[in-house]
Design a protein around this ligand. Structure first.
Ligand SMILES: [Zn+2]
Length: 325
């Protein structure tokens, strides 16, 4: 891999020198430099690499079977892929022998080693892997599918791509409380409560009680992943944000005009209004007091599970009150 034999990123300080006091903004700046440089070398767009990195970082945070990242890049390439499956030395860092055994690991920072814990090496190795498929979106998607072999993972990564490409930045973790705080509403922590309809299920979310027609807003930057009727949730909408988290809104009275699956939404953007739809065939309404059912689900690269949104709602609500002052 002579292409990567020069130290193209040597102006970036080693992370050990920077220490642990870096702000999120500084970390994102560092990441962006790494992505843009990898793009210059491989022609793989920066937002593709940023999306894979973002997806993997969030998977990594939720899993105990993957070592924690040492640098700013979250991509983890398993030893057998890094060194090559047939390589007798699974911790090989010699670029030549790794290449001989068909491993993905390359030397990205020009220090002569292919180090699976070095940011530049990892990022360039992944970009180089994608480059073997091509630089256009369809071929990149095939490369991603061959790597992850899971439709859900590809869906998450391509969703992140849309967001990063549109906004041109990495910090898309701003949030909004789902109903405007100027309206009357109330909610309490009902996580895990038994619920009355449709058999024995536990309550996976928080109910925000408000009048019919109170606006419901997106809680995040994200992509509309699902929109439609379900006999339990009534008219409901799902938004996937850039941290692999799924935000679920149910029992809506209706949707904001023109919302479509695949569309980008922003924190605070109107998506619908409070209602009491559900618990029956399409159009059923009024079987319980109007409220927004809000749920959050996390994907860990294998499966998805719901977690209690109540603490997050409290944080977002407090932030809205502070903003109003
Ligand atoms: Zn509910």
């Amino acid at each position: 891999m002579t292409l990567f034999s020069v130290c193209f990123l040597c102006f970036i300080q080693p992370h050990s020198v920077l220490g642990s006091e870096k702000s999120t903004e500084e970390i994102n700046q560092e990441r962006m430099i790494l992505f843009k440089n990898a793009e210059t070398i491989t022609q793989i767009p920066w937002y593709v690499l940023a999306s894979v990195d973002q997806y993997e970082r969030n998977v990594r945070r939720t899993r105990n079977d993957i070592p924690k990242a040492k640098g700013v890049i979250g991509i983890y390439i398993r030893p057998e892929l890094w060194a090559g499956i047939q390589n007798p030395n699974q911790s090989d860092t010699n670029p030549a022998s790794i290449a001989l055994f068909g491993g993905l690991g390359i030397d990205g920072n020009g220090d002569g080693r292919a180090d699976p814990t070095n940011d530049e090496d990892v990022l360039l190795s992944f970009a180089d892997y994608l480059l073997s498929y091509g630089t256009d979106f369809e071929n990149i998607k095939i490369g991603l599918w061959d790597y992850y072999q899971r439709d859900k993972s590809i869906g998450l990564i391509t969703g992140h791509m849309k967001l990063f490409k549109k906004y041109g930045r990495l910090d898309l973790d701003q949030h909004a409380f789902p109903v405007p705080i100027r309206f009357n509403y109330s909610y309490k922590n009902t996580w895990g409560d038994a619920r009355g309809w449709g058999g024995r299920r536990i309550h996976e979310g928080t109910d925000i009680f408000a009048n019919y027609g109170v606006p419901v807003r997106s809680t995040c930057y994200g992509i509309i992943e699902m929109k439609g009727w379900n006999m339990f949730g009534g008219w409901r909408l799902g938004i996937r944000d850039s941290t692999n988290t799924y935000h679920y809104f149910a029992h809506l009275n209706g949707f904001a005009d023109g919302l479509e699956v695949g569309q980008i939404v922003e924190p605070g953007q109107l998506i619908g209004s409070v209602g009491s739809s559900g618990y029956g065939p399409p159009g059923t309404s009024g079987k319980f007091p109007p409220h927004l059912h809000y749920g959050m689900y996390k994907d860990n690269g294998r499966t998805e599970w719901s977690y209690d949104p109540f603490p997050q709602l409290k944080v977002w609500e407090r932030a809205e009150y502070r903003k109003r002052k």
